[in-house]
Design a protein around this ligand. Structure first.
Ligand code: FES
Length: 170
């Protein structure tokens, strides 16, 4: 494991976070278990995970960057490119699909004027398709920053977007 003083976290992790992960990695037989946790911490600080974040994670955990990259690109809640302040994951799996998920996805695209994979010009919203979010009883559902919303009607979509815009302007 790398020593804390030799690691430059380039503003991706604060000192406490860096120290925590180094210490925790040292206690584990397989520090690889922490890959997602470190990436999520970086994403929380930075909004997304740049190449430097992948390298930092590898250094902290004593892995090769390719090991971290494989996890980062497999897990669709880790962003390897900049996203809006509110990344909206819209579920396209069976329960949501059969309960109006396609219409919901269409509605979000119309209301925000963007397609999947795009970010609104004001930098607030990014639309992303997602496999099952694990809340099938709330279908059709979306997730924004670990929080689930559903079942969503057309009125709910308007209200949600407006609420987030208000929150962003406060
Ligand atoms: S199918 Fe959408 S949350 Fe499970």
């Amino acid at each position: 494991m790398a020593q804390e003083e030799k690691i430059d976290s380039v503003g991706l992790l604060d000192e406490n976070g860096l120290a925590y992960f180094i210490a925790h990695a040292g206690e584990l037989e397989h520090p690889r278990e922490l890959v997602i946790d470190v990436l999520r911490a970086i994403q929380k600080n930075h909004g997304w995970v740049p190449d430097e974040g992948v390298e930092l994670t590898a250094t902290i955990l004593g892995l090769e960057p390719i090991d971290v990259e494989e996890v980062a690109t497999f897990y669709d809640k880790i962003f390897r490119r900049p996203v809006g302040r509110y990344p909206i994951h819209i579920c396209d799996s069976i329960c949501c699909w059969s309960n109006g998920g396609e219409e919901l996805a269409e509605l979000f695209q119309q209301k925000l004027g963007i397609a999947f994979g795009q970010t609104t010009e004001d930098g607030l919203f990014t639309l992303l398709p997602s496999c099952c979010l694990g809340v099938c009883g709330q279908a059709p559902a979306v997730m924004i920053h670990q929080r689930h919303y559903g079942p969503l009607s057309a009125d709910d979509v308007d209200e949600l977007i407006e609420r987030l815009r208000r929150e962003a302007s406060e």
